[in-house]
Design a protein around this ligand. Structure first.
Ligand code: TRP
Ligand code: ZN
Ligand code: CA
Length: 435
């Protein structure tokens, strides 16, 4: 099905979700569920970058797929994780006639049927040491994983971290990993967070526009600290989240910009200069000097916040999360019903008693139309009956539906049928807002 679902989120004042939840969780689990993410020491993240730089320097100046510097990088990260109690797995694959590796680290415990993953590619290009691309994401998730161990954090969900090989050859490692999961294993992954280039020296603060709950978790985090963000647009699908997204797994992530030039508007909001976000992208100068400590620090803390927040089963999604489909669907005149769908994920339990259903239908005689909301299990809620004499244009309204009897997660449909000849139109958008 060739359906583009664009999800967006309402702007609400940033709130610390863990703080909000503190009063809402049962006393017995409050200690664990409400524990806020720790501040990630940026000095530790920088030390990992210095170590990756040394590995590159000792191995011909890079950490590229099939080269000694890549395997040494994997061994370095693996040793840190093994030392604090992770269960690590090396997954071997072959690309361009050379052996590649993914490193998978599982934190023991949590619900094995609900897995939150965070990942980063660990390979560089051959032309340089790859410290921003992507030592930065690799080091930040490593330090987040170590922080989980230091805190003795026992989230409701199972936590898994992944360092991918051969991303620079076309997302090879992450594709291999996802391709080797059974469909049952894929379905257990409730979310994948990707971090590729998060310390660009002339940084922007970009959030992937994908799963609405993940996206809003990051946006609220930055908003709460007065840091403006923008939607990532420098090449959707250009990193490992694409491998997970194509398998239907909800994804999100952060990015500070690659070779594109920062605009004057972006300089106004973030500082820096009207030059490339990363002038050393894919070149030999992508060294430890090619890092903004501020960006690395902020993004590392945002990663820990998201890992803590999204791994809690008691988490309610950020208030005002919107799932929206803006693909036009034409409504045949006096014909069969048509639908527009949105898939809700990341919302545990049932839908609310005050689910807001936003409908935007363009039509030249709205009386012709019957409009229903169809829940994932097929239950039908009529939003607008056939009303022949109503000759006004369009159905543009937000209906409040008591959907408390429905499971929130799944595919919801707006079903529209035109029951009278002559006037026609189309569904312009359909959105569900979870309060
Ligand atoms: N993945 C690219 C690389 O490693 C960098 C990149 C370009 C990127 N655009 C992106 C990463 C958007 C994440 C999101 O060369
Ligand atoms: Zn990269
Ligand atoms: Ca009609």
């Amino acid at each position: 099905m060739n359906l583009t679902v664009r999800k967006r989120v309402l702007t609400v004042a940033g709130v610390a979700l863990a703080g909000l939840l503190a009063g809402a969780v049962p006393a017995a689990t409050a200690e664990q569920a409400s524990a806020a993410a720790p501040d990630i020491p940026v000095a530790n993240v920088k030390q990992h970058l210095a170590d990756l730089q040394s590995i590159a320097t000792a191995n011909g100046g890079n950490r590229a797929h099939g080269r000694a510097g890549y395997k040494a990088s994997v061994d370095f990260v693996k040793a840190k994780l093994d030392a604090v109690g992770y269960t690590t797995t090396l997954q071997q694959f072959s690309s361009n006639g050379r052996t590649g590796y993914n490193l998978i680290a599982d934190w023991p415990g949590g619900d094995p049927d609900q897995i939150l993953m965070a990942g980063a590619h660990l390979d560089s290009v051959t032309s340089g040491p790859g410290i921003n691309d992507n030592g930065s994401g690799s080091a930040a998730i490593l330090e987040t994983a170590l922080a989980v161990a230091r805190a003795g954090h026992q989230p409701d969900k199972h936590l898994r971290f992944g360092w991918w090989g051969a991303e620079e050859l076309g997302l090879v490692g992450s594709r291999y990993y996802v391709g080797n999961l059974s469909s049952a294993e894929r379905q257990k992954i409730s979310g994948y967070l990707n971090f590729d280039m998060i310390g660009s020296p002339n940084p922007g603060y970009f959030v992937y526009d994908d799963d609405p709950v993940i996206e809003k978790t990051f946006k609220d985090y930055f908003a709460g600290r007065g840091i403006p963000t923008e939607i990532e647009t420098e090449g959707d699908g250009r990193s490992d989240h694409a491998s997970f997204k194509s398998a239907g797994i909800p994804v999100g992530g952060l990015f500070t910009g690659a070779s594109r030039t920062k605009t004057s508007a972006q300089v106004q909001k973030w500082g820096g200069t009207r030059t490339a976000f990363d002038r050393c992208y894919h070149s030999s100068c992508d060294t430890t000097s090619n890092i903004s400590d501020t960006a690395l620090d902020r993004n590392s803390d945002a990663i820990a916040h998201a890992v803590w927040t999204l791994s809690s089963g008691a988490t309610t999604p950020p208030p005002g999360t919107v799932f929206e489909n803006t693909t036009d669907v034409s409504i045949p005149d006096n014909g069969p019903a048509v639908t527009s769908s949105v898939t809700v994920s990341g919302i545990p339990g049932n839908a609310p008693a005050d689910l807001a259903v936003g409908v935007d239908i363009i039509h030249t005689w709205r009386g012709d139309l019957v409009v229903d909301l169809v829940a994932p299990d097929g239950s039908v809620y009529n939003l607008k009956p056939y009303s022949a004499p109503d000759s006004a244009d369009n159905v543009q309204a937000t209906y409040t539906v008591n959907a408390a009897a429905e499971t929130a997660a799944g595919t919801w449909k707006l079903r529209v049928q035109d029951r009278a000849a002559y006037d026609t139109g189309y569904i312009s958008s359909f959105r569900l807002t979870f309060p």
